[in-house]
Design a protein around this ligand. Structure first.
Ligand SMILES: Cc1cc2nc3c(=O)[nH]c(=O)nc-3n(C[C@H](O)[C@H](O)[C@H](O)COP(=O)(O)OP(=O)(O)OC[C@H]3O[C@@H](n4cnc5c(N)ncnc54)[C@H](O)[C@@H]3O)c2cc1C
Length: 353
């Protein structure tokens, strides 16, 4: 039984989904900032949904936002990725003091100044390296940042980056940095297996002075949250839709399409329950690992159904298969990676895990 959408009156979902679909090809090539997809997010009220009413947003709850993220990812995963990175930056800024909130949130809610986040070096990237990848030092002139952010989606399309550094005493501080700041260099966007349109770059810092400093957000820098699972479910839906379309001419595929759609709906219901009631970290990781498994399996089923035609570059399924791989590496806490590897090898997790 498909779960019912929550009421999301403040977001014009139908026109947003149509706008994203209309520019999806351009978005995949040039990124959502140039294709108009990001502007469509702002126009629809989607950006305002992440910002509290006190700062010019509509402050929608986690459940409707999660639902909207699934729908956006189904239409355009590149835009959904850019949106989650924008939202992660907004979440950190929202935990800052009134100065940074007043300076940034109203313009962000209106979609006027694109921002993004580079915090993976504090959570899931370069954790095995002994010294901090991005050092934050307090000087007489204020803070300075030295080092790099290994992954920043949309860095060259954003006015600011929200990042985090490690201080001399080993604690974390978070910063807003203008992309035009002296000493900041954005490498050319990486060419990747998929989602190259996300314009994801390494960003380098040499004595960069941030515009705002913030304490770590409540609970620290988070990774592998419900939004990442929402995107995986949306991507799985896009693959299942292809199978359903093929099934219209090939009845033998009907059961496959129905079974997979049923599995996706059941996972979406678990996700929506978690967005409504909360979820403990172990169950959240299990949900994400299940979503990772599902998005890969449904993409493989779509490829099997579309046969060689789906294997040819430019076919939607060829892209969906590549995009499914993204979930195996993006914002993937070690527990999720371990659970997925156990599933792949049919192993039990190490005792006590
Ligand atoms: C398309 C895309 C967009 C992204 N956008 C953003 C973004 O906007 N903001 C953001 O903050 N993050 C972003 N990320 C980062 C993402 O969330 C993860 O942090 C990232 O994928 C982790 O991969 P890594 O190669 O950096 O991991 P690492 O752990 O640094 O692994 C790199 C390599 O190091 C070696 N290695 C790893 N662990 C060990 C170990 N224990 N011992 C020895 N060697 C080891 C392996 O050879 C591995 O290949 C993005 C990722 C992708 C793929």
């Amino acid at each position: 039984m498909p779960c019912q959408p929550p009421s999301i009156e403040s977001i014009h979902m139908a026109s947003l989904e149509a706008a994203l679909a209309a520019v999806a090809e351009r978005t995949a090539r040039e990124g959502p900032w140039r294709s108009g997809a990001f502007a469509a997010l702002a126009d629809s009220g989607m950006l305002a949904a992440f910002v509290a009413p006190a700062w010019g947003g509509t402050g929608l709850g986690e459940q409707p936002i999660t639902w909207a993220l699934m729908a956006i990812a189904e239409r355009c995963l590149t835009t959904a990725l850019a949106l989650t990175q924008w939202a992660a930056a907004v979440r950190i800024i929202s935990g800052g003091d009134d100065g940074v909130r007043a300076a940034m949130l109203p313009a962000l809610a209106r979609g006027e100044t694109p921002t993004t986040v580079g915090i993976s070096h504090l959570t899931t990237s370069r954790r095995h390296v002994g010294r901090p990848v991005l050092a934050a030092t307090r000087t007489d002139a204020g803070w300075r940042l030295d080092g790099l952010c290994p992954w920043v989606t949309g860095a060259d399309a954003s006015a600011t980056i929200v990042t985090g550094g490690i201080t001399d005493d080993g604690s974390q501080r978070f910063f807003v940095v203008a992309t035009g700041a002296e000493g900041l260099t954005i490498d050319p966007p990486m060419t990747m297996l998929a989602l190259t349109g996300s314009r994801t770059s390494v960003v380098r810092f040499e004595g960069v002075q941030p515009t705002h400093v913030m304490l770590p957000p409540a609970g620290g820098a988070r990774t592998g949250g419900l939004a990442t699972t929402a995107l995986a479910i949306g991507a799985a839906r896009a693959s299942a839709a292809v199978i359903a379309w093929e099934a219209m001419a090939r009845p033998t595929l009907e059961t496959v399409a129905d079974d997979l759609m049923g599995e996706i709906d059941a996972l979406a219901a678990r996700l929506m329950g978690a967005a409504r009631d909360g979820i403990d970290p172990a169950d959240r990781d299990r949900l994400r690992a299940d979503a990772n498994g599902l998005v890969v399996r449904v993409a493989q089923a779509a490829l099997t159904a579309t046969k060689g035609a789906g294997f040819v570059a430019g076919h939607p399924v060829e892209r969906l298969v590549r995009e499914a791989m993204f979930f195996l590496v993006w914002s993937c806490p070690q527990a999720v990676a371990d659970a997925f590897l156990c599933d792949l090898t049919a192993q039990r997790p190490p005792s006590g895990a």
